[in-house]
Design a protein around this ligand. Structure first.
Ligand code: ADP
Ligand code: ZN
Length: 348
């Protein structure tokens, strides 16, 4: 097992990286008067029976939601909260989120408001959730006005990661997570970026030892960043590399054409290109970045989309200031900074 401390003072917790989901569930369940397991239908179909069998004595309550982003609504929160009340959960009970980012976000948000907050443990089952959304304490849901527009900062009591559950993850979802993995290398750790390049095949094959190392390094980097800036006021912004354009792409395609990570991969490519055009990075480093981006085999062709729509979507982003669009651009190996640009200064 690999253990990592997320140092947030009173809110500190451990991330454990393991390889046995059942052991993990056993650990997750070891305290709390009543336990509720929140998961989605896909994950339940894959792992629900084995978990129930294994935990037959301490059998937790289970709430299953439909898979996918469309579940991240206030209506689902209401459903979860009323189920929690029906089960008689108290302030000493515990919520375990078993699933990808969707389950983590909605279970975390529900836990944060149930009786003004009850304990919550994350068991992320997608690579994206293991390296990104389960670390940092953001929870939330979508509203008609936009994604993640309602939510809370709420830290879990623990994050328990099983690398083996990634074996059942569809390839596209794996690549999506790899997008965020590459991001950490570019924003924070050039040696790690090199490791990712050299071990790309092993990552695709989910080589257990390599995955453990990769997931650990991503969590370490994210933890180092968020512990300096828990409420997203400063340095945490650097995590948005690839996301200004990525979010724009997701928005103008109604969140249907790309997975989040695919949009981020394309976003990183065009943002790195922008950094090169503006003279922040040299051609050689740009090529290093693009070499690894090409390994994901995500198509970088966006000519079928309207640049005008894309620019318009980026202008609306809540992270902007005034008339300018906020970009996080690479300025050196393992280094990025915020650059504010007028829409007409953006080069493609
Ligand atoms: P993300 O984690 O990418 O934010 P989701 O929570 O929507 O997004 O998960 C992506 C998809 O993968 C969902 O359909 C979910 O049910 C499915 N899923 C999650 N974990 C696994 C797994 N270990 N094996 C197979 N499918 C999974
Ligand atoms: Zn992201």
């Amino acid at each position: 097992m690999e253990r990592l401390l997320i140092d947030l003072g009173e809110d500190s917790y451990y991330i454990d990286i393991d390889e046995d989901l059942l052991e993990i569930m056993d650990k997750a369940i070891d305290s709390g008067d009543k336990i509720v397991l929140i998961t989605d239908k896909n994950v339940d179909n894959l792992y629900g029976k084995a978990i129930e069998k294994f935990l037959k004595d301490k059998k937790p309550y289970k709430i299953t939601i439909p898979p996918g982003e469309k579940s991240k609504t206030m209506a689902t929160v209401e459903y979860i909260l009323s189920q929690m009340l029906d089960c008689g959960l108290t302030r000493n009970s515990k919520v375990i989120a078993l699933g990808g980012g969707v389950v983590g976000d909605i279970a975390g948000f529900s836990a944060s408001i149930y009786m003004r907050g009850i304990d919550f443990v994350q068991v992320p089952t997608t690579l994206l959730a293991q390296v990104d959304s389960s670390v940092g304490g953001k929870t939330g849901i979508n509203m008609p006005a936009g994604k993640n527009t309602v939510g809370s900062f709420y830290q879990p009591k623990a994050v328990l990661i099983d690398t083996k559950v990634l074996k059942t993850l569809p390839k596209r979802e794996l690549i999506s997570g790899i997008g965020e993995v590459i991001k950490y290398g570019i924003i924070y750790d050039d040696m790690f970026l090199n490791d990712i390049k050299n071990e790309f095949e092993a990552i695709l094959k989910l080589d257990y030892k390599v995955m453990k190392k990769v997931i650990r390094r991503c969590c370490e980097i994210k933890a180092a960043i968020v512990s300096q800036d828990e409420k997203e006021k400063g340095i945490r912004k650097i995590l948005n590399f690839g996301h200004t354009i990525g979010h724009g792409l997701e928005a103008i395609t109604n969140y249907k054409k790309y997975t989040h990570g695919e949009a981020v991969i394309i976003g990183m490519y065009y943002e790195a290109k922008l950094a090169k055009s503006l003279g922040y990075i040299k051609e050689t480093y740009f090529k290093e970045i693009t070499d690894i981006i090409h390994k994901t085999e995500v198509s970088l062709d966006i000519t079928m989309l309207s640049l005008e729509d894309l620019t318009h979507a980026m202008i609306k982003d809540k992270k902007n200031r005034g008339e300018k669009i906020s970009f996080i651009l690479p300025i050196d190996k393992g280094k990025v900074k915020e650059v504010l640009l007028f829409p007409n200064e953006v080069m493609w």
